[in-house]
Design a protein around this ligand. Structure first.
Ligand code: SAH
Length: 313
């Protein structure tokens, strides 16, 4: 019996060692990349996979000149202007009323979502918690999914893509360690929900989406909701957004099988990159990568499952 236990523990250890993920740290021009993997005890516990699924959604034109703008090189037409407040909503602000009404019930559901899943599972940054409570997630999901808007699940947004589950959005946002003056790049705009969350926490948000209709509809949605400090671009986010670099933080919401070198080189010294890395549909690891001069530190956070980062790279 004793032997069996020892044998089992040994087997478990062997399996753990065998399953420990590796990170391909990019080779950068002029940047010596040296990964510093955190030890397991330094990691955030409780891996929570983000499910992957999706269906279609009708696109709309972007808004220009709006807080949410499509980049100059974007092929999108200029749409008609929409009403919007003059300031981006701070984390604790009442959300703008344009485009998508809020109700007392939905407000309660949001508060419960923050209390029961996000705070309960260890996200403790009060600014992040406040913004998660203020952003109207129900405005970023399809009408038929409205009743699940505040459940802790990913939901389809069209084109085989998903809006991430709220806990993962909050966790990744917290890991970005944002300051109010920061400039952030998001790769994988999707519905625009994560960009809206970021919008309430930082000065400028740049977000890149490879599926053109999603980029268009997200830009339109964000503009209609009054998020003035977000700029959306239809492009392959693997290459970042050089024009606006360096970024204080970069968040990637689709999983590549290696860390894209441009995303690291577009970080300022001390900047943070939060990125899931791993094979499509397989075991992916969420990494927190910090640029330190010409080196990077990479800290393994938890196991996740994201849609793949696509594109021709
Ligand atoms: N952050 C989104 C959810 C992202 S789902 C939200 O809050 O709703 C991942 C998104 O990444 C999808 O919309 C997908 O089309 C996009 N994507 C995948 N590969 C990409 C790439 N190379 N560049 C930019 N976006 C990409």
């Amino acid at each position: 019996m004793k032997f069996m236990c020892v044998a089992r523990i040994t087997l478990l250890l062997v399996l753990l060692v065998a399953c420990t993920p590796t990170l391909t740290v990019p080779t950068l021009e002029g940047l010596t990349a040296t990964p510093v993997r955190s030890r397991p005890e330094e990691l955030t516990p409780s891996p929570v996979p983000s499910k992957v699924e999706g269906e279609t959604e009708a696109p709309g034109p972007p808004t220009e000149p709006a807080g949410v703008t499509l980049a100059a090189e974007s092929p999108f037409p200029t749409p008609s202007p929409v009403a919007r407040p003059t300031l981006p909503p701070p984390a604790s602000a009442t959300p703008p009323s344009t485009g998508c009404p809020d109700t007392a019930d939905l407000k309660n559901e949001r508060a419960e979502m923050v209390r029961q899943t996000i705070r309960y599972r260890g996200v403790s940054d009060e600014r992040v918690l406040a913004v998660m409570e203020s952003v109207l997630r129900h405005c970023f999901v399809r009408e038929e999914d409205l009743r699940y808007a505040y459940a802790d699940h990913p939901l389809p947004i069209g084109y085989g893509q998903t809006i991430s589950q709220p806990y993962i959005v909050a966790l990744m946002t917290e890991l970005l360690a944002l300051e109010p003056d920061d400039k952030v790049l998001e790769v994988g705009t999707g519905s625009g929900y994560q960009a809206a969350v970021l919008s309430g926490l930082v000065a400028e948000v740049y977000t890149v989406e490879i599926v053109e209709p999603l980029a268009t509809s997200a830009a339109e949605r964000l503009a209609a909701l009054g998020y003035e400090n977000v700029t959306v671009k239809h492009a392959d986010g693997y290459y970042g957004w050089e024009e606006h670099a360096p970024f204080d933080a970069v968040i990637v919401t689709a999983a590549p099988d290696h860390v894209p070198p441009p995303l690291v080189s577009q970080l300022r010294d001390g900047g943070r990159l939060i990125i899931p890395v791993g094979p499509q549909g397989g075991f992916q690891v969420l990494w927190q990568i910090t640029r330190r001069g010409n080196q990077v530190e990479a800290k393994e956070i938890t196991g996740v499952r994201f849609v793949p980062l696509t594109g021709g790279h």
